[in-house]
Design a protein around this ligand. Structure first.
Ligand code: ATP
Ligand code: MG
Length: 492
């Protein structure tokens, strides 16, 4: 058995490790942009190989997979899927875990995803407008004073989203100015060079509430959800600072987070299932691989979709893959053969915490964060009960590991409770440093009692309101007050 992995982040390190635990004893092959030391050591240990190159180039991936004679390919990140890697592999007769280009549009185009949810009447949708011309977006902004999220219409790697509350009438003109400026920046900077979708700017109703990720495997028919995970995006403690790719994440025992109920988990799964079915109806292709809902518990709907991933989240993958009890290769084969309903997806009943460690400079000045030699005492981390997953790092020919500019490692730990797992992860932090003395940072509050308490309180507030709205038949509807016209209810 030979498996090839595409990708080079901590998420792919966790996928690689889960693949290598399989009773089929696969040889691991990898195609990466940077040389992830964790993935390389798994390739070597299992007798496989790795190549580096442009992982978004379908011919590079197909040629590598053919050269290694692999049984199937697992694609970790989204951009290769957006570039049609799955399509090219399947045409060459090589099965792929990862959506074809058309269904991957669920993540690639936030405008496509919103239209899909409206067309199919799927709960958890938000009111939105998508614009091709910046002038039209500006005209809309001038006319409607609303609290909105302004986004690039395409997934552009986690940049360019601005959420603007427009609640005070006396500030409305200034807020409109900010929105207009940002619409221009989205069109001219964030969407620059992307010609694979027509929409450019998305203006979306602003909602509030705790966020969480529901990751799942699907063969197009069955959707098998993983335990819920919450990522923490802000760079600094207590949710301040710039947004990052994710500074760390938590998952509770069983399938739930302490602030999400079983009913909300089930409803979230139903939403993801409905979208997988709708994607096939719309594109004619079965969605095969990983699908994740980046969700928010909101007063409007309860579980609500913020965006979709056609992959695991990172760091979210690192919470759930190390505790996967089922055989990863068997699961992949069940996806390929469309019999995922026949295989159990089981996890250890344990809480997990992941903490990202980043070089100073990240995320605003990646140029400063890049090129520092990494020192990791993996044995010491193990002794403290943690595990190291390599993230943005590049192994050099002389054995030095250099930072790539983003989070350099993610530390995983498990425990009877989230705070216990958090304390274990925390104890591992001193064993990761940079040899040239350049500083690193991480978030000590991730997994702490205090942050958990805050999330639980936030969820309780939102839950009270959406339950009230359910009782009143107002779920999904927006109530607005317009001077001279009184209260109006906008239908969802
Ligand atoms: N409609 C909305 N209302 C309120 N907040 C929102 C809304 N849409 C997005 N956000 C906030 O902005 C963040 C980023 O938005 P989104 O996930 O759509 O974009 P992204 O930049 O592609 O994300 P990522 O960083 O996850 O790749 C969300 O995690 C959420 O906190
Ligand atoms: Mg997001």
């Amino acid at each position: 058995m030979k498996v090839m992995l595409v990708g080079e982040a901590a998420r792919e390190h966790a996928i690689a490790e889960a693949v290598c635990r399989s009773r089929f004893e696969p040889k691991l092959y990898a195609a990466m942009k940077l040389r992830n030391p964790g993935i390389i050591s798994l390739c070597k240990r299992t007798g496989g190989e790795y190549v580096t190159g442009k992982t978004t180039d379908p011919s590079f991936i197909v040629e590598s997979a053919e050269r290694f004679h692999v049984d199937f390919v697992f694609v970790g990140p989204e951009e290769p899927l957006f570039h049609g890697i799955a399509d090219a592999l399947e045409e060459a007769g090589i099965p792929c875990i990862g959506a074809r280009r058309a269904p991957a549009e669920l993540e690639m185009s936030k405008a496509f995803m919103r239209r899909l949810m409206w067309k199919h009447g799927i709960p958890g949708r938000l009111r939105f407008k998508a614009f091709r011309e910046v002038e039209d977006a500006v005209a809309y902004i001038r006319e409607y004073a609303e609290s909105v999220a302004l986004k690039p219409a395409r997934q552009v790697g986690g940049k360019g989203v601005k959420v603007i509350a427009d609640l005070q009438a006396y500030l409305s003109r200034e807020k409109a100015h900010v929105k207009e400026q940002h619409a221009k920046i989205i069109s001219e900077e964030h969407m620059k060079g992307y010609t694979d979708i027509e929409d450019r700017i998305l203006i979306e109703e602003k909602v509030e509430g705790p966020e969480y990720t529901l990751q799942a495997f699907t063969d197009g028919r069955t959707v098998k959800p993983f335990p819920l995970v919450q990522d923490n995006k802000n760079a600094f403690e207590m949710d301040i600072g710039p947004e990052t790719g994710g500074m760390g994440s938590i998952a509770g025992r069983g399938m739930l987070l302490p602030f999400i109920t079983m009913q909300e988990y089930r409803r979230s799964t139903e939403i993801v299932k409905a979208c997988v079915r709708a994607v096939e109806a719309e594109t004619g292709y079965k969605y095969k691989g990983v699908v994740s809902g980046q969700m928010m518990l909101t007063a409007a709907w309860g579980p609500t979709i913020i965006e979709f991933y056609c992959r695991f989240g990172d760091p979210e993958a690192v919470n759930v893959l190390p505790i996967l009890k089922s055989d990863m290769v068997e699961l992949c084969q069940a996806i390929i053969d469309e019999r995922l309903n026949k295989v159990k997806l089981e996890f250890e009943d344990i809480a997990t915490v992941v903490k990202g460690i980043a070089p100073k400079g990240y995320p605003d000045r990646r140029d400063l964060a890049k090129g520092h030699p990494v020192v990791v005492d993996e044995e010491a981390v193990k002794r403290k009960g943690g595990r190291v997953y390599y993230a943005s790092t590049d192994l050099q020919p002389d054995g030095t590991i250099l930072t790539g500019g983003s989070r350099l490692v993610e530390i995983f730990a498990k425990g009877k409770s989230i705070p216990e797992a958090g304390r274990k992860a925390e104890a591992c932090i001193p064993f990761v440093s940079l040899a040239d003395g350049w500083g690193v940072f991480y978030r000590s509050d991730i997994g702490s009692e205090i942050l958990l308490k805050r999330r639980i309180e936030q969820a309780e507030l939102v839950r009270g309101v959406y339950k009230y709205r359910f009782r009143k038949g107002l779920v999904g509807k927006t109530i607005e007050w317009i001077p001279g016209r009184g209260k109006i209810v906008l239908e969802a």
